[in-house]
Design a protein around this ligand. Structure first.
Ligand code: PEP
Ligand code: MG
Length: 596
C-alpha cells in the first residue's frame, strides 16, 4: 500500500513543467524518493555464518566513504579554503566513532540482520537524540551523522535506489535524481512513470527510461520538494508535464489524447514490417538503440532493421565485480543470435561520466564528462578492454556483428584500439576459436576533433555513427545532464548542422556510410534535416522507431534536401527549427501531442 500523506490534497491542480524524455501518459499515486538521507533500508534476517562477511562489507563501505569524503575535502579546501573544508573533519570523525561502530557491530551480531539496516537504525538513533537538543553545535552534528550515513548506505548498496521492494502497488516515482543504474533496476510492473528535478533529454537516465518504456519527465527543478508520497498525479512524458491533483477537465483532455494515440498506434502497426523509405524511393536504414539484453524483444517487435547501438556498459553497471569473458560472450552471443540475420553494432565499453561502475571503483573526477571515460578508459585498462574485445569477437561467429569505439578523438586512439583488436584476433586464431574475419569496425563521431579529422579517420573505419548526445554537449559546452542549461542544448543550431555535413562528406569521400545514434535521430523535428544532409542510417529507441518510420514514409527525399540546403544558410537555430517543424507538420500532422 502506498500511504496517503498528501501535501497537495487540499490544494487545487498544480502543473509542473520539465522535459519529456520518454513518451506516454500515466496517472496514479506517487512515491517520493528522499535524496537527502534515503529511506530506511529493508531488514534482512541472516544466518550466523553470513555475519562475518556482512561485517566485512561494513569495513569496505567505511573505507570507501572515508576516501570519498577525503577527496571532497581536498577539493573544497583548494577551491574554497580550510574553514569550509573543516566540516568534513566532523564527517570523518563520525566514521571513526568507536561507540557508534561498536553498537552497529553488536546490533548485527545479536539481531542477525544486514549491516545496512543496523547502521541506519543505530545512526538514526544518535542523530535523532542530537537533533532534539538546544545546543546548536550539537544539533549540527545530527546533520553530519545523517550525511555520512547516506554515503555509507550508498556504498553498502552499490548506490542502488532506495529500497522500493516493499511496494506492491503501481506507483509513479518522483525524486531529485535517479542514476542510470537505479533506473535500470526499477520494477517495470510497478514503476508506471518517473519524474526527477534534474537531468536533460540525453542523460542516460532519460535514455534508460525510453528503453524501459516508462513514461518520464526530467528537469522539473524543485518539484520533488513540493509533493509528497501519496499525492495523485498525471504524468505526461510527451510534453514534459507533471500535474498534481488533475481536475476532471484535465483528465478529460488527456482521455482524448489517449484516443488519438490509439488511432496512431493502429497506423504504426500497419507499417511495422515495411521499409523506412521516402515517398520518392530513398531508403534509410532504421535501427534501434539497446541498453539491455532483454531489449532485443522490443527491437524485433518495433520492426527495426537491427541494432545500431548496443550500449555494452550496462552489463558492467550495478554490480560489484566485472563480468568475465565467458559471461560477456554469452550475453553478446544471445543478442547477436536474437537479431540475426540483421546486424548488431556493439559499442565497446563507454564507462565513466554518468555511467559509474562500482566494479571499477570511484574515480572522483571534477569533470567526469571530460575525463576518464569510454575509449580513454579502455586504452588505459587493456586488461578490461581485451576481455571485452575477445568476447565480442567470439560472439561475431554466431551472428551479424559489428563493433564501434566510443569517444574517438583522433587517429592515434583509433589505431591503438585496432592494434589491441588485432592482437585479440591473433590470440583467438592461435586458440582455434571462431570469429568473423570480416568483422566491420566503425567509430562514433561525438567529439568535435573527430569531425575535424573525419577525413583521416574515414580511412581507418568502415562506418561513422554520429553520437549527437555528446557531440552537442562538447560543441556548445553544455552539460547534457544539467537542466539549467538545457535550452542551450540545441540540435538545430547551424554549427551542429555544419559538423554533421562535414562528417557525412568525409564518409562519402571514403565510400563508407554515416549514421546517427544520438537522441537527435529519434526527434521528429530533426529527422528531415538528417535525411536531407545525407545520413544513411538512423538508430533510435524502439519506442520512437515506429513514429520515425511513419514520418520517413511521408517525406520526399528532395524536400528534405532542400530543407537541409536552406538550413545550412540559416543563422539561427530557431529559423531551422521552424522550417523543419513545418515540414513535419505537413507530412505527418498526427505525431505531435500538445495538451496543456
Ligand atoms: C551519443 O553520445 O550520442 C551516444 C549515442 O552515446 P551515449 O549517449 O551513450 O553517450
Ligand atoms: Mg556518447
Amino acid at each position: 500500500m502506498i500511504p496517503t500523506v498528501s501535501s497537495a490534497q487540499d490544494r487545487g491542480e498544480q502543473i509542473f513543467r520539465g522535459i519529456g524524455v520518454s513518451p506516454g501518459v500515466v496517472r496514479g499515486r506517487i512515491v517520493v524518493m528522499d535524496h537527502n538521507h534515503g529511506e530506511r533500508p529493508a531488514r534482512r534476517q541472516l544466518d550466523s555464518e553470513q555475519l562475518p562477511a556482512e561485517l566485512e562489507l561494513l569495513q569496505n563501505a567505511l573505507a570507501e566513504t572515508r576516501r570519498e569524503i577525503s577527496a571532497i575535502q581536498s577539493q573544497v579546501q583548494s577551491g574554497m579554503g580550510a574553514s569550509e573544508s573543516a566540516i568534513f573533519d566532523a564527517h570523518l570523525l563520525v566514521l571513526e566513532d568507536s561507540t557508534l561502530l561498536e553498537e552497529v557491530k553488536r546490533f548485527v551480531e545479536t539481531e542477525k540482520v544486514n549491516v545496512a539496516y543496523a547502521f541506519h537504525e543505530v545512526a538514526e538513533k544518535y542523530a535523532h537524540a542530537l537533533g532534539s537538543v538546544e545546543d546548536e553545535y550539537l544539533r549540527e552534528r545530527a546533520a553530519d551523522i545523517r550525511d555520512v550515513t547516506s554515503r555509507v548506505l550508498g556504498h553498502l548498496s552499490g548506490h542502488r535506489s532506495q529500497d522500493l521492494s516493499h511496494l506492491t502497488e503501481p506507483y509513479i516515482l518522483v525524486g531529485h535524481d535517479l542514476t542510470p543504474s537505479q533506473t535500470a533496476s526499477l520494477d517495470r510492473n510497478l514503476a508506471q512513470g518517473f519524474a526527477t528535478d534534474v537531468g536533460g533529454k540525453t542523460s542516460h537516465t532519460a535514455i534508460m527510461a525510453g528503453s524501459l518504456r516508462i513514461p518520464a519527465v526530467v528537469g522539473l527543478k524543485a518539484t520533488s520538494e513540493n509533493v509528497a508520497t501519496g499525492d495523485y498525479v498525471l504524468l505526461d512524458g510527451f510534453n514534459g508535464v507533471l500535474v498534481i491533483n488533475p481536475t476532471d477537465q484535465t483528465l478529460f483532455e488527456y482521455g482524448q489524447l489517449e484516443k488519438e494515440q490509439e488511432n496512431l498506434q493502429d497506423k504504426l502497426a500497419e507499417i511495422r514490417d515495411a521499409p523506412a523509405i521516402t515517398l520518392d524511393g530513398h531508403e534509410i536504414m532504421l535501427s534501434a538503440n539497446v541498453e539491455q539484453i532483454t531489449d532485443t524483444v522490443a527491437v524485433v517487435e518495433c520492426g527495426a532493421q537491427g541494432v545500431g547501438l548496443f550500449r555494452t556498459e550496462y552489463l558492467f553497471l550495478d554490480r560489484k565485480t566485472l563480468p568475465n569473458e565467458e559471461e560477456q560472450y554469452t550475453s553478446y552471443q544471445r543478442v547477436a543470435k536474437a537479431i540475426a540475420p540483421e546486424p548488431v553494432i556493439f559499442r565497446t565499453l563507454d564507462i565513466g561520466a554518468d555511467k559509474i561502475s562500482h566494479a571499477i571503483g570511484e574515480t572522483d573526477e571534477a569533470n567526469p564528462f571530460l575525463g576518464w571515460r569510454a575509449i580513454r578508459f579502455c586504452l588505459a585498462r587493456p586488461d578490461i578492454f581485451r576481455t571485452q574485445l575477445r568476447a565480442l569477437l567470439r560472439a561475431s561467429a554466431g551472428g551479424n556483428v559489428k563493433l564501434m569505439y566510443p569517444m574517438i578523438s583522433g587517429v592515434d586512439e583509433l589505431d591503438q584500439a585496432n592494434e589491441l583488436l588485432e592482437e585479440c584476433k591473433a590470440e583467438l586464431r592461435a586458440e582455434g576459436a571462431a570469429f568473423d574475419e570480416d568483422l566491420e569496425v566503425g567509430i562514433m563521431i561525438e567529439i568535435p576533433s573527430a569531425v575535424l579529422t573525419a577525413n583521416a579517420l574515414g580511412a581507418h573505419a568502415k562506418f561513422f555513427s554520429i553520437g549527437t548526445n555528446d557531440l552537442i554537449q562538447y560543441t556548445f559546452a553544455v552539460d547534457r545532464l544539467n537542466e539549467k542549461v538545457a535550452d542551450l542544448y540545441d540540435p538545430t543550431h547551424p554549427a551542429l548542422l555544419r559538423l554533421l555535413q562535414m562528417t557525412i562528406d568525409a564518409g562519402q569521400r571514403h565510400g563508407i556510410w554515416t549514421g546517427v545514434c544520438g537522441e537527435m535521430a529519434g526527434d521528429p523535428n530533426a529527422v528531415p534535416l538528417l535525411i536531407g544532409l545525407g545520413v544513411n542510417e538512423l538508430s533510435v529507441a524502439p519506442t520512437m522507431l515506429p513514429q520515425i518510420k511513419y514520418l520517413i514514409r511521408r517525406l520526399k527525399h528532395t524536400e528534405t534536401q532542400e530543407l537541409a540546403l536552406q538550413a545550412l544558410q540559416c543563422e539561427s537555430s530557431m529559423d531551422v527549427l521552424v522550417q523543419s517543424r513545418a515540414l513535419v507538420q505537413r507530412a505527418a500532422p498526427g505525431i505531435f501531442h500538445t495538451v496543456l
